[in-house]
Design a protein around this ligand. Structure first.
Ligand SMILES: [Zn+2]
Length: 304
């Protein structure tokens, strides 16, 4: 029986997330007209060893609090300047980056508790990528990591997968971001640092890549994150997969926009992006037809 609370929760969820169908990019902020890409400072071969496990959290140095300790990671930047904002790599070569956002909000967590079987981890996507040996980069919210530690471990253990940061609880970092609840500006730095800490405990291919919820950022948000030494990654190919009711429009959106160096934005949040796994094989086939090859984000930003 659907309770009023569950209905309100579902409506809130739709109200909050449905606007993400819109082409992200309407509010990229003043910094988005700056650097469209940067050469990554280190190559993918300089990745950290996959060794840490969640059990080592207490003894792991705080990556968020110690920016100097993260210099070797892809996407690591100086901590005394605004973070670079990129939405694609160089337009040469044939590499493109498949990126999957793992959103998790308070509303989604309530939905999981209230609804039987609601999943925000699309294992069919991960299965497919693993079966075909396709590289991908995952932007994880801290709350998603807490909800899905086993899936996070699986992602971290795959050398073809790269891990990145999508905030702790998917709050808006600007005043107007698709109706997402806004984080207090004084909490921005700690929110993102905490998420780096949560993700880095799993080891694997760690990065200092970060994506704002809804791709919404402004100078104040970038200033807040500067001490963390990260690179902000938007994306030039928005798939529109949230709340899709058919896979064909997702495939069309991706294949119509994709070019060498593209960063493709998809979601691994099954319940509110339920067609992405069905779209994925068609996307992979379409990329192959065009001579485009999926690669880690760090490789795409470095070499194109
Ligand atoms: Zn998101």
């Amino acid at each position: 029986m659907a309770t009023l609370a569950a209905v309100v929760g579902a409506l809130t969820l739709l109200a909050v997330l449905n606007p993400l169908r819109q082409p992200d990019g309407a509010d990229l902020g003043p910094q988005s007209s700056g650097a469209r890409f940067v050469e990554a400072e280190v190559g993918a071969g300089d990745r950290p060893e996959a060794s840490a496990t969640p059990s080592s959290v207490s003894s792991t140095p705080s990556a968020g609090a110690l920016p100097g300790a993260t210099d070797a990671l892809p996407g690591a930047t100086r901590t005394d300047a605004l973070p670079p904002v990129v939405d694609h790599g160089p337009r040469r070569g044939n590499k493109v980056a498949l990126t999957f956002d793992a959103d998790m909000t308070d509303a989604m967590r309530r939905q999981m508790r209230g609804g039987a079987g609601t999943s925000y981890a699309n294992l069919k996507i991960i299965d497919r990528l693993e079966q075909e040996g396709v590289p991908a980069t995952f932007f994880l919210t801290g709350m998603w990591v807490e909800q899905y530690p086993d899936v996070t471990r699986r992602l971290a253990d795959n050398p073809r997968f790269e891990l990145a940061n999508h905030t702790y609880g998917h709050h808006a970092f600007t005043a107007d971001c698709y109706g997402l609840p806004r984080i207090a500006p004084r909490k921005m730095t700690a929110d993102v640092a905490r998420t780096f800490d949560l993700v880095s405990a799993y080891g694997g291919r760690q990065t200092r890549y970060f994506r704002f919820p809804g791709l919404c950022h402004d100078r104040a948000a970038l200033t807040a994150l500067a001490p963390l030494g990260l690179t902000v990654v938007d994306g030039d190919v928005v798939s529109g997969d949230p709340f899709a009711t058919a896979w064909q429009p997702i495939v069309r959106a991706v294949l119509d926009q994709v070019r060498p160096g593209s960063v493709i934005v998809l979601h691994v949040t099954e319940a509110n992006a339920p067609m992405t796994d069905e779209a994925l094989p068609h996307i992979l086939a379409g990329l192959a037809e065009r001579g485009l090859e999926p690669a880690l984000l760090s490789e795409v930003l470095a070499t194109g």
